[in-house]
Design a protein around this ligand. Structure first.
Ligand SMILES: C[S@@+](CC[C@H](N)C(=O)[O-])C[C@H]1O[C@@H](n2cnc3c(N)ncnc32)[C@H](O)[C@@H]1O
Length: 280
């Protein structure tokens, strides 16, 4: 992403969650009632006006429905795994590249029982903090800034009250697509450095162009053009077997790596995968 610019794809992901919250199929997968107020003013205006929403989401951006399904599904799955981790005694939740994720305000009782850390690019986090204040969202997670292309997320977490001696659950959603593979590998290794035994990680990643099915090529092309126009080109294609090798090298165990977890009635594209790892 551009050095000084907050993430426009974070606003787009929140807009897709906001739109999901307005449709029965979307709500059935993941319901985020705070997404609308956290996204940009422009997205908010378009989504709130039913005629504009229809024109945009059922017309111009209809091709993005599978991406919306993916955005909703990844959040749903991360929070399912979080629930299991918490039942197993994990008390720290680290949302890596949090964007406009609303967990802390959407699930207040749950969030207050955990130490919640949001790690993000400084420009995106500053934008989010301003929006939370403007939306009168009460309470705050621990804020931690890091640019994953330039610094170690472990060093960033060590600057906070994160306790590397206690297990944690890490969610890293919608980020690796925009990082060069070397930065993704470095971040996986850095997370392992601060992940005590019993920790787990859920993240999604894009497969390389050679593994995209013909059916999904138009979607991949559209998404590539859109994210590049937003200043966040897709540079992170990774092969599942290469990633499994990285897991072993960096101290993680692959629990599962799914192409298309069930998303109710929504069709999921096969452009991305969802991985669940545990600390070795
Ligand atoms: C598409 S958004 C996803 C946000 C959120 N996890 C979600 O699921 O909606 C991409 C996120 O990656 C973060 N990001 C991208 N490149 C980054 C970098 N080099 N360092 C830190 N964060 C980065 C952006 O700030 C943004 O929050």
């Amino acid at each position: 992403m551009l050095f000084n610019q907050f993430s426009r794809t974070a606003e787009a992901a929140a807009a897709l969650r906001a739109w999901g919250a307005m449709t029965p199929q979307g709500r059935a997968v993941f319901h985020d009632p705070h997404a609308l107020r956290l996204t940009s003013r422009r997205w908010r205006a378009r989504l709130k006006n039913s005629a504009q929403r229809k024109l945009l989401m059922d017309g111009l951006l209809r091709w993005m429905h599978p991406i919306a399904a993916q955005v909703l599904t990844r959040s749903h799955h991360a929070e399912l795994h979080l629930k299991t981790a918490v039942a197993g005694g994990v008390g720290q939740y680290v949302i890596v590249g949090a964007g406009l994720d609303s967990f802390y305000w959407r699930r207040p009782a749950w969030a207050r029982s955990l130490a919640v850390f949001e790690v993000d690019h400084p420009a995106t986090q500053a934008m989010k903090r301003a929006r939370c204040a403007a939306s009168a969202l009460l309470g705050e997670p621990w804020w931690v800034t890091a640019d994953f292309e330039r610094e170690s997320v472990a060093d960033a977490l060590r600057r906070s009250s994160f306790d590397a001696g206690q297990p944690a659950f890490f969610a890293w959603l919608g980020v690796t697509h925009y990082l060069k593979p070397a930065a993704t590998r470095a971040t996986l290794a850095a997370l392992a450095e601060v992940a005590a035994a019993g920790s787990a990680l859920v993240f999604d990643y894009s497969v390389p162009p050679s593994q995209i099915t013909l059916n999904d090529w138009p979607l991949a092309a559209g998404l590539g053009v859109l994210t590049a126009a937003l200043g966040e080109p897709l540079v992170g294609g990774l092969k599942p077997d290469a990633l499994a090798a990285w897991a072993a090298e960096t101290g993680w165990i692959v629990m599962d790596d799914l192409a298309g977890p069930p998303a109710g009635e929504l069709r999921l594209p096969q452009l991305t995968r969802l991985a669940h790892w545990r600390r070795a």
